[in-house]
Design a protein around this ligand. Structure first.
Ligand code: NAD
Ligand code: DAU
Length: 335
C-alpha cells in the first residue's frame, strides 16, 4: 500500500481530492490531517469517512508532534491545508502567516526526516503572480503577490522550493487558478452568490465587477494533481489553469440566469482593497505531460449550481446557524 498524507483534506479541494484518490487508487492508504477550522468540515468527507483505505486525523499542521509520525510514514504528501480566503486575510493576516507559512515549514521539516518520501506537493496558487493585465503567467515569471493571503502562499511556495534546492527533497509546486465545484465554503464567490440567489437575497458584486478569474473545475484540478504526483519533476513548478476567463459580472449573470433569478439581485458594493484585476495561467508545461481540462465551464457551472440546489443540508446550517459565519458576513458586507 502507498501511504498518502493529505493535509487540509476536509476543505473544498482537499475533500474532492481525497474522494478522487480513493476512487482511482485502490493501492493508496490515505490519511487526512485537518484542523477543522471554520472551512474544514467532516461533512465534506461524509461518504468516505468510513472508507477502509481512509483515516481522518483531527490536528493542526503547526503541531510538530502531530505531524512528525504522519509525515514520517508517508510516501506522498499532498499539502492543501491553508487559510484561503482573501477577504479574511485583509481583515486579519496573522492566521495566514501562521498556517500558510509556518505550518508549511513544520511539514517540510518533518518531511526532511521521512525515509520513504517520494513526493511532497506544495499546493500554491495563481495569486502569487499578482494581477496579470495581459497575457498569461508562466511558471518562471516573477512573483508579485498583492494581498496578505497571496503573500503568505508565495512565502510557502518559495520555502517548499528551497527544501528541494537545499536538501534535495522531492518537492513539486502547483499553482492553480480559481476552483469551483461541490463542497466550496459559501464565502467564496460562486457558492456565496448561488446560495444567496436561491434564497432571493442580494449578491454583493465588488467594484465595477470587471475583474477576471480563470475558472478550473475541481475535478480537473484533481486529475492534474494525480498526473503530477506521478510524472512531475522534482523542484519544478506547474501552473494548473482552467482556460475559462470570465468577468465577475458575467459570471454573476450566468448564475442568476441558471437559477431563474432577476439581475436586480446584483448589489454593487465597495471594491476589495488591492483587488487583483485579472489572473490568467499559461499551462503549456502541464499540457506537455498530457493533461487538459475536461469540464466545459457552462456545464461545470450548471452542475455546480445544481449541486448547491440539491444539497441544502450542506450549506444551510453554515449560513443560518453558524454564528461565526454570520458575524463574518456582517463584518464583510454589513447588514
Ligand atoms: P479551504 O479553505 O476550503 O480548505 C482549507 C482546509 O485546510 C480546511 O479543511 C481547513 O480546516 C484546513 N486547515 C486550515 N488550517 C489548518 C491547520 N493549521 N492545520 C490543519 N488543517 C488546516 O481551501 P481550498 O479552497 O480547498 O484550498 C486548498 C488549497 O488550495 C489551499 O492551499 C489554497 O491556497 C489552494 N488553492 C485554492 C484555490 C481555490 O480556488 N480554492 C486555487 C488555487 C490554490
Ligand atoms: O485564484 C486562486 C484563488 O482563488 C485561491 O488561491 C483562493 O484560495 C481562492 O479563495 C480564490 O481567490 P479569489 O479572491 O479569486 O476568490 P473569491 O471567490 O473570493 O473571489 C472571486 C472574485 O469574485 C474576485 O474577483 C472577487 C469577487 N467577489 C468575491 C466575493 C466573495 C465579489 O465580487 N463579491 C464577493 O462577495
Amino acid at each position: 500500500m502507498v501511504e498518502v498524507l493529505v493535509t487540509g483534506g476536509a476543505g473544498f479541494i482537499g475533500s474532492n481530492f481525497v474522494r478522487y484518490a480513493l476512487a482511482r487508487h485502490p493501492d493508496w492508504r490515505v490519511t487526512t490531517l485537518d484542523k477543522l477550522t471554520y472551512a474544514g468540515r467532516r461533512e465534506n468527507l461524509h461518504d468516505v469517512l468510513d472508507h477502509p483505505q481512509h483515516a481522518f486525523v483531527h490536528g493542526d499542521i503547526l503541531d510538530a508532534a502531530v505531524c512528525a509520525p504522519l509525515v514520517e510514514r508517508a510516501e506522498l504528501v499532498i499539502h492543501f491545508a491553508a487559510e484561503t480566503h482573501v477577504d479574511r486575510s485583509i481583515l486579519g493576516a496573522g492566521e495566514f502567516i501562521r498556517t500558510d507559512v509556518e505550518g508549511t515549514f513544520v511539514l517540510l521539516e518533518a518531511a526532511r526526516r521521512a525515509p520513504r518520501l517520494r513526493r511532497f506537493v506544495q499546493i500554491s496558487t495563481d495569486e502569487v503572480y499578482g494581477s496579470v493585465p495581459t497575457g498569461a503567467s508562466r511558471e518562471t515569471d516573477e512573483l508579485r503577490p498583492r494581498n496578505p493571503y497571496a503573500a503568505s502562499k508565495a512565502g510557502a511556495d518559495r520555502l517548499a522550493y528551497s527544501y528541494w534546492a537545499t536538501y534535495n527533497m522531492p518537492v513539486i509546486i502547483t499553482r492553480a487558478s480559481n476552483n469551483y465545484g461541490p463542497y466550496q465554503f459559501p464565502e467564496k464567490v460562486i457558492p456565496l452568490f448561488v446560495t444567496n440567489a436561491i434564497d432571493g437575497l442580494p449578491v454583493p458584486l465588488y467594484g465595477d465587477g470587471r475583474n477576471v478569474r480563470d475558472w478550473l473545475h475541481v475535478q480537473d484540478h484533481c486529475a492534474a494533481l494525480d498526473l503530477l504526483i506521478d510524472q512531475g519533476a522534482d523542484g519544478e513548478v506547474y501552473n494548473i489553469g482552467g482556460g475559462n476567463e470570465v468577468m465577475n459580472v458575467d459570471l454573476t449573470h450566468r448564475i442568476l440566469a441558471t437559477l431563474g433569478r432577476p439581475a436586480s439581485l446584483i448589489q454593487p458594493v465597495p471594491d476589495r482593497p488591492g483587488h487583483d484585476r485579472r489572473y490568467c495561467l499559461g499551462t503549456t508545461k502541464l499540457r506537455a505531460l498530457g493533461w487538459a481540462p475536461h469540464v466545459p465551464f457552462d456545464e461545470g457551472l450548471r452542475d455546480t449550481v445544481d449541486w448547491y440546489r440539491r444539497n441544502e443540508w450542506w450549506w444551510r446550517p453554515i449560513k443560518e446557524q453558524d454564528l461565526a459565519f454570520r458575524s463574518y458576513y456582517r463584518t464583510q458586507y454589513g447588514r
